[in-house]
Design a protein around this ligand. Sequence first.
Ligand SMILES: NC(=O)c1ccc[n+]([C@@H]2O[C@H](COP(=O)([O-])OP(=O)(O)OC[C@H]3O[C@@H](n4cnc5c(N)ncnc54)[C@H](OP(=O)(O)O)[C@@H]3O)[C@@H](O)[C@H]2O)c1
Length: 279
Amino acid sequence: MISGKTKITGIFGDPIEHTLSPLLHNSAFRELGLDYCYIPFLVKAERLKEAVEAIRALNLIGVNITVPHKEAVIPYLDEIKEEAKYIEAVNTILNSNGKLIGFNTDVYGFINSIFEEGVTVKGSNILLLGAGGAAKAVAFGILKEGGNLFLFNRTLSKAYKLKETFQKLGSIEIIKKITPDIMRNFQIVVNATSLGLRGNDPMPLEPTLLSRDHVYIDLIYNETPLLKEAKKFGCKTIDGSGMLIWQAAKAFEIWTGKAAPLQMMKKIFKEKKTIDKNI
Ligand SMILES: NC(=O)c1ccc[n+]([C@@H]2O[C@H](COP(=O)([O-])OP(=O)(O)OC[C@H]3O[C@@H](n4cnc5c(N)ncnc54)[C@H](OP(=O)(O)O)[C@@H]3O)[C@@H](O)[C@H]2O)c1
């Protein structure tokens, strides 16, 4: 029940109808008996500044930020955490007594989702496919955890730009062409491109380049052709659903100061995925 004491959180985006975040957060608040509520807000780009000001005016606890506002929101905030500065994207805001602090919880989401699967990052050679927003979160996490990053992207200039920004954090090499020889250097392959999202997408790697010696991680929530193919080799595979849950769990913790009920959130997400194959 919403009362005068209920603390309000939510999400700003456009479109916003398909977001799963209200389901995850409201179920988690209920599970822990917290008097919080999570509301989706359709925010048009031209009203973003006003929407951010409303976080203070309406005394919201904080919000998630989704497409297309993750970069545009930055100038309106009072403090940006290190990871969000590097990634140039904020997906969570905390209203700390009127001071708006921007975080990027995708980094935490990615790292925790692979740690819980027993993946070792420190000292591993990791091939990262992609150089968009999600790839930047993965790159930050891998470098902070002491992994050696090898970066491949369709648009080479974007890979170089990522390297320029992130090389202060650790070892990054650009891969211009992926060959079977080069593949032998890696222990882990991460797909952070959007290839695999649509049914008729080509694979981000030629199937002949796959090897049983690799762990394959795909940020897409469903089992992509890449992961299906990797499973045929008996490889360990991890899809993006863990990252999604863990990034939500971190936002939950930022707002409430409490650990999120992860198992329950995972169960809810799995049930929803079974009902709606398009998430
Ligand atoms: N699990 C999670 O919690 C989570 C969180 C965030 C994102 N994701 C997923 O991660 C993926 C990437 O998201 P994003 O936000 O980083 O998107 P983005 O910023 O638009 O970047 C897209 C990336 O995919 C590459 N790409 C797109 N089409 C391609 C094609 N036909 N061939 C080769 N490369 C192609 C782009 O390469 P160019 O630079 O050459 O265009 C770029 O590197 C999406 O599938 C998204 O669903 C998952």
